[in-house]
Design a protein around this ligand. Structure first.
Ligand SMILES: [Zn+2]
Ligand SMILES: [Zn+2]
Length: 335
């Protein structure tokens, strides 16, 4: 064997054996991680982060806290099985799960469970892992799939039946999601024409699903692409909310400029006189925003997987700028 032949052979060996195996392993690990996170997010629908702390005596509270009315009262839930249980700050009664959830963010219909701040790290990881897995899985065949779509469009446009039924029909511009849908239906027709020709001339071989134009492969990849784009977008939005120190629920509440929401009142207890001073949030103020850096640091410090709830309730830290503003209001009110 001539030494000059060794590098190409070695290269072939690396590509087809080692890298091929590594790629296969990588894709499978990613799919396994996505599946594990999905099951973790779906688990514990009736057990995780359920609000079950006794109602505190408000006269013993000394630090500023969120309240529901001008008397500084704490929220209580009478819905479902909660039956008068205390509803700590940032808790929401999920009507789908039928219980009060601590640190509620939103109920995710895709995982059939509530997403809470304790599960948010896993949720955001899941949202970014889905498009990453899709990219790694589809990248080696992406070029072939695009070629097949172009070929299908080409065949469809040149076929007299497809041209008469679809391309030349004015309704094709509006029937399926406008001009974009016109191309999708056109490509589907092209794949049908290609499959009719293929069945007459070819027999299935190993890898034929990818090497030959197949509509089901393109539809599967297209569906996975849509899901990945959706997950990626949601991941970006969720990460932004982490930086802002808000939950989805807090963002979706009606604008405070229109009406004062009962969740947006802050009470400052006065231990000496046993009185309370209650003030509403300003329209763009965020109750739990501790500043971008601090919000992100607190998020990072949270464990990835759920840990048992502590026996005693830990009150969430309130926006220090907001507390300062309300204290100044209180001082002005006294004077
Ligand atoms: Zn409840
Ligand atoms: Zn729920």
């Amino acid at each position: 064997m001539s030494p000059i032949l060794i590098p190409p052979r070695f290269g072939w060996y690396l590509c087809t054996f080692h890298i091929g195996r590594m790629y296969f392993l990588c894709v499978n690990i990613l799919i396994l991680l996505v599946a594990t996170l999905y099951f973790y997010l779906s688990a514990g629908r009736y057990t995780h982060n359920v609000a079950s702390y006794p109602l505190p005596d408000k006269s013993l509270l000394t630090e500023p806290y969120p309240c529901i009315n001008m008397n500084g009262d704490l929220a209580i839930c009478h819905k479902g099985q909660c039956n008068g249980k205390w509803k700590p700050p940032r808790t929401k009664h999920c009507s789908i799960c039928g219980l009060c959830r601590l640190e509620f963010d939103h109920h995710c219909p895709w995982v059939g469970n509530c997403v809470t701040l304790s599960k948010l790290k896993a949720f955001i990881t899941f949202l970014f892992l889905v498009p990453s897995t899709f990219l790694v899985a589809v990248l080696p065949v992406a070029q072939i799939l695009v070629k097949h779509i172009i070929l299908a469009l080409h065949v469809s446009k040149r076929d007299p039946w497809a041209a008469k039924t679809w391309w030349d029909w004015p309704g094709s511009w509006i029937l399926c999601a406008g001009p974009f849908g016109r191309w999708i239906v056109g490509a589907i027709l092209g794949f049908r024409l290609l499959s009719q020709n293929r069945e007459q001339s070819q027999s299935p071989q190993l890898g034929y699903l990818i090497e030959q134009p197949h509509l089901r492969v393109v539809i599967t990849a297209g569906f996975a692409l849509l899901l990945s784009v959706f997950a990626f977008g949601l991941g970006i939005v969720s990460t932004r909310k982490v930086f802002q120190g808000v939950t989805t629920l807090e963002i979706l509440r009606p604008s405070r400029s229109q009406s004062v929401d009962r969740h947006d009142l802050v009470c400052i207890p006065q231990t000496a006189t046993n009185e309370v001073f209650v003030a509403p949030l300003l329209p763009k103020e965020r109750m739990y925003d501790l500043g971008n850096d601090c919000n992100w640091k607190l998020f990072q410090l949270r464990p990835f997987f759920l840990t048992p709830s502590p026996r005693s309730y830990t009150w969430p830290k309130l926006n220090p700028i907001m507390v300062q503003r309300i204290r100044e209001m209180q001082n002005n009110h006294r004077n």
